[in-house]
Design a protein around this ligand. Structure first.
Ligand SMILES: C[S@@+](CC[C@H](N)C(=O)[O-])C[C@H]1O[C@@H](n2cnc3c(N)ncnc32)[C@H](O)[C@@H]1O
Length: 213
């Protein structure tokens, strides 16, 4: 059973199960195309954590990468498996992975702001264990510079529930410290709007690429 010791505001598996029942397949994110262009220049064995409905995993596979996508939501994984794709999918908790193999790259988009501090620490350790030496971990997440921070019910300074949805806005400097403490070497950081516009919203997000040493 997952999340047995997790506070109720972080128990969002039901939220994502409902979301993926209602959400059709989407085109790849801007972060996926950036990642492929700049960081996956050779065919790569890639793990996507929190793959959602598979929009990016399916696209990475179409670009010649060998892809495993994992997500905690069973509805998400069932939707992913319906795509015509070479990508493989598995239901798994990315903060406690035991996949029995290591990957050359791990990709995470819009997941790390959906978990609490303790789960982030577990996720960094879990990803580290599943990366080959020299492998890259690519992350995009919401930040404290997002105007959405402060909307809804306050859990803590950086944690808010808006329309039934928990978010923990990341402080980029703090996150980089956490990543270094977990053994990663940050190689690229960008904090900006214009990277993940969605409808009327254009949040200031953080992109980090780091290496396992
Ligand atoms: C905002 S969605 C992002 C989905 C996808 N990466 C995208 O960019 O469209 C966050 C995803 O993280 C998944 N997730 C959150 N915590 C997780 C965990 N501990 N293990 C696996 N998946 C998790 C949720 O089920 C959800 O699919």
């Amino acid at each position: 059973m997952l999340y047995t010791s997790t506070p109720s505001h972080c128990n969002f598996t039901d939220y994502w199960d409902r979301f993926y029942l209602a959400t059709p397949h989407l085109k790849p994110s801007m972060f996926a195309t950036h990642t492929a262009q700049h960081w996956l220049t050779q065919p790569t064995d890639l793990l996507e954590i929190g793959c959602g409905n598979g929009r990016d995993a399916v696209w990475f596979a179409s670009q010649g990468h060998s892809v495993l996508g994992v997500d905690l939501s069973q509805n998400a994984i069932e939707a992913c498996r319906k795509h015509q794709s070479k990508a493989e999918f598995q239901t798994a908790d990315f903060s406690n992975l035991s996949l029995g193999r290591q990957f050359s790259a791990v990709y995470s988009r819009f997941n790390l702001h959906s978990i609490d501090d303790e789960t982030e620490a577990q996720a960094l350790s879990s990803v580290y264990e599943h990366l080959k030496l020299g492998g890259k971990f690519m992350v995009e997440a919401r930040t404290i510079h997002d105007t959405m921070m402060g909307q809804g019910e306050r859990i803590s300074e950086r944690e808010w529930i808006h329309e039934s949805h928990y978010r923990r806005f990341l402080d980029p400097d703090q996150f980089l410290d956490n990543a270094r403490a977990a053994g990663f070497i940050p190689e690229y950081t960008l904090v900006s709007a214009g990277l993940a516009p969605w409808g009327d919203a254009d949040p200031v997000v953080m992109r980090v690429v780091m290496r396992r040493d």
